[in-house]
Design a protein around this ligand. Structure first.
Ligand SMILES: Nc1ncnc2c1ncn2[C@@H]1O[C@H](COP(=O)(O)OP(=O)(O)OP(=O)(O)O)[C@@H](O)[C@H]1O
Ligand SMILES: [Mg+2]
Length: 349
């Protein structure tokens, strides 16, 4: 938000509506029975907006629009400054290095960037393979390296409080007495991935989660070996978890710290944007002929159609395995001949 957002009563009202829908609705997602709670909330909001008040375009949900602070008009997210087109060079880049912005991911990135810049903890929650890790990795990569250090910790069943403390302390330096913090006057952003995976002990506690909770509550933790207290400052947390795996929920005393965003499976337009960026980049890098490069959209749509047909017919497979397959397949394509024999033939026959 900037000064423009509150400069007139109209601007203030639009800004209030924009913030309110995300404050109340950011954590909504798809229920176990398939109910889309974001859509329900959007329909409810639209049915209560008065004709004279701030109205959203009738198409799509209220979450699909960004408030342009200059014109005070709700625009699609791909018109917002967080949305940028990116290119992929398959000779010099690895696919996991590149986070492709989509309309959907831009909305979360917009709020996440602003929350992190202001020191607020953020959590992304959603099913496997929905791009949580990739989205946060993209945000961390864009942070100003002169101001921020980052550390990514992936939790697993065996991550205890003590193991986690050792990892978090790794990049810390002594600032004074018993006070520790990141070196060079920077701030530290800890990205704790798969936060809810550690084992729940017989006291119904996940010690790693208790350590983070203690740190966020009091800016300190204890060195269990030396039995002394360490104040650890200038640190903030960003996390991701899949609430259908691990402990499902985490201790509410930690959860309350986070602004949570429900992440759902990317829609077809987003998947098309992500894969065309990789596929076009790869075709360009290796100088594929035009008759092949023209097929990008058809190849992706055809593959998605096959995936949807298989997913609808057979037992559920995770989106992640499909994307992993895609990533290895794209990198394996070194020439048009490969594409013709390995890819197009089964697809077209
Ligand atoms: N916007 C994107 N740009 C590029 N790649 C993406 C994007 N979104 C997802 N992917 C790719 O999709 C795959 C799954 O994404 P990711 O690992 O981030 O999912 P996740 O939600 O963290 O899953 P899990 O809960 O299993 O950890 C990864 O290979 C990732 O690189
Ligand atoms: Mg992940």
């Amino acid at each position: 938000m900037n000064k423009l957002s509150t400069s007139t009563p109209r601007a203030l009202e639009c800004t209030f509506v924009f913030c309110a829908i995300w404050a109340f609705g950011s954590s909504l997602g798809i229920g176990d029975d398939g109910t889309d709670y974001k859509l329900k909330f959007s329909d409810w909001w639209k049915s209560h907006q008065s004709a004279k008040g701030v109205a959203f375009p009738p198409r799509d949900t209220i979450f699909d629009y960004w408030l342009d602070p200059v014109s005070n008009v709700f625009e699609e997210w791909n018109k917002s400054p967080v949305f940028k087109s990116v290119t992929f060079d398959s000779k010099t880049m690895s696919m996991s290095e590149l986070t492709v912005p989509t309309g959907e991911s831009s909305s979360v990135a917009f709020w996440m960037n602003s929350l992190v810049a202001n020191g607020y903890p953020v959590m992304l929650c959603g099913g496997a393979g929905q791009g949580k890790t990739q989205l946060i990795a993209g945000m961390l990569k864009d942070l100003d390296a002169d101001q921020y250090d980052t550390l990514t910790v992936s939790m697993n069943f065996y991550t205890s409080g003590e193991a986690l403390r050792t990892m978090l302390e790794g990049p810390m330096v002594k600032l004074s007495g018993s006070t520790f913090g990141p070196a060079g006057g920077k701030k530290m952003v800890f990205f704790v991935d798969d936060l809810n995976l550690p084992m729940v002990d017989k006291y119904n506690t996940q010690s790693g989660i208790s350590l983070i909770r203690q740190h966020m509550d009091y800016s300190h933790w204890y060195d269990i070996g030396k039995l002394n207290l360490k104040t650890v400052i200038k640190c903030q947390y960003v996390s991701a978890m899949n609430p259908t795996a691990g402990s499902f929920l985490i201790n509410p005393r930690l959860q309350r710290w986070f602004t949570a965003f429900g992440i759902s499976a990317p829609n077809e337009a987003s998947i098309l944007t992500i894969f065309s960026t990789f596929l076009n980049g790869h075709f360009e890098t290796y100088g594929f002929e035009k008759k092949i490069t023209d097929l990008t959209e058809d190849i992706i749509k055809g593959t998605l159609a096959i995936h949807n047909a298989v997913a609808g017919t057979f037992r559920k497979v995770s989106e992640r395995s499909v994307r992993a397959f895609w990533k290895t397949s794209i990198l394996a394509m070194k020439c048009a001949k490969w594409l013709q024999t390995q890819w197009l033939h089964p697809l077209l026959s």
